[in-house]
Design a protein around this ligand. Sequence first.
Ligand SMILES: [Ca+2]
Length: 174
Amino acid sequence: MMLRKRFIFGLISLHLMMRCIGGNESCKASFSGTWACAPSWSQWGGKCYKAIMEPLTWSEAKDECIKMGGVFVAPQSQEESDFLMSLMSPQSKFWINCNDLELEGTWKCQDGTDEVEYRNWDNYAPYNYGGYEDCAAVWYGGKWNDLYCDQSRRAICKAQMSLHDNCMRFMRPK
Ligand SMILES: [Ca+2]
């Protein structure tokens, strides 16, 4: 009897799996779907954002965003910066994708591979304290400060929205 129950349960599970994996008619019918952010990512301005709450070094944060299917964010406007701060608890400091590692004093900010012109340095920053503060973080009041890249801070990743069908699958565009 127990075996029979298991068999029936197995059949039902298999059927449900095939509905989604096999791309049956009900999944195909809604394939046009909607653009959405993957679960646990927050949507803003047509993009998806996720905070990494575990402190990481600047380059670890950059790698982690890629692993998560996104890019390390550098805000492109005050509005985007305000949104990023809302993802963090008040006054939390976090890395952004800006550095002057290549050439001291020449700051490069990138949103993925796109150059970002927006800057929001705090008064007197960047200081280059000690001669090697080469990575930028959002500091008090949303202003930026330069820090040693090997400090551990939180960070935020940004990703494209993905197509979401009624089988709860997300397809990230290439
Ligand atoms: Ca520097």
